[in-house]
Design a binder for this molecule. Structure first.
Ligand code: OAD
Length: 253
């Protein structure tokens, strides 16, 4: 069993959260690891086993949509079987408490697995998209906005746009692509308002997400990191809680 941080560190983080007028939570793949969803950069992570350039770029998709879709279909069949873990539940509880106290709250996630919503988080800002949504590759009028495609496994690969019959693509931000400007706006607005941000289970290497904790700190806010290991943020965060998110976050709540 993993060693948990000292009680005094948990208390320090809990005091910061209790005093917050606006709490932001930023999550990465580590928050879903205890549900059984693979992370990206850990040992045996997805980018350890698979080549990003053949799976997570528009060029790769255009070269072989069926190949890329088979990989996403595999990830969807894995994700459909898993459930939120105590870390997701704790984040949903924090939101409920902040709202009950009429304080501000925002959840920003880099995850595409939808587990925060399943745990009861009301409005996560999904910076990198959602694996259950697709959009028309040709951006036909009706299929341009993301829509649900929930079949798992998929009935046909590559799946077709119900409106124009063209191919749909996963509503996921691939390498080299821009994030949705509205998601970026909301995330940076949350960071500007937050006096405390909890950063959970991310290597904090991918921008612009990785800049968010620094925005909070620049404005005098405090950052609490919850992670199994050490990241580039660990030396800058106000409180670093080392251990599994599914054990630490319920203690904080
Ligand atoms: P990474 O795989 O880069 O980092 C996962 C982090 O979670 C690491 O720092 C681990 O130490 C930590 N971790 C693992 N298990 C944990 C646990 N049980 N409790 C707490 N921490 C744990 O994943 P992300 O930082 O989310 O983008 O990666 C960011 C983005 O890079 C992803 O959204 C994805 C990827 O390329 C896209 O696909 C667009």
């Amino acid at each position: 069993m993993a060693t948990l941080p000292e009680r005094s560190l948990i208390d320090k983080a809990a005091d910061l959260i209790r005093g917050a007028q606006y709490l932001a939570v930023l999550t990465g793949a580590g928050v879903s690891a205890e549900s059984g969803v693979p992370t990206f950069r850990d040992k045996d992570g997805l980018w350890d086993k698979y080549d990003v350039t053949t799976l997570a770029t528009l060029d790769a998709f255009l070269a072989d949509p069926a190949f890329v879709w088979k990989w996403y279909d595999w990830r969807r069949t894995l994700i459909v079987k898993v459930a939120p873990n105590p870390a997701h539940d704790a984040i949903a509880k924090l939101e409920a408490r902040m709202k009950l106290a009429e304080k501000g709250f925002a959840l920003i996630t880099q995850n595409i697995d939808n587990l925060h919503r399943l745990a009861g988080s009301s409005d996560p800002i999904e910076l990198h998209g959602n694996i259950w949504k697709v959009r028309c590759l040709k951006s036909c009028r009706k299929g341009a906005a993301p829509f649900d495609l929930l079949d798992s496994p998929l009935k046909e690969i590559p799946p077709k746009c119900p409106h124009c019959g063209g191919i749909v693509r996963p509503h996921i931000v691939w390498f080299g692509e821009m994030l949705d400007p509205e998601d970026i706006r909301r995330a940076f607005e949350a960071a500007a308002q937050a006096d405390v941000m909890i950063v959970v289970g991310t290597s904090n290497l991918v921008y612009p997400s990785a800049a968010l904790p620094y925005h909070v700190m620049e404005d005098g806010g405090k950052v609490i990191e919850v992670n199994l290991g050490v990241t580039g943020l660990s030396g800058d965060a106000d409180v670093v809680l080392t251990g599994p998110a599914g054990e630490i976050l319920p203690k904080l709540v």
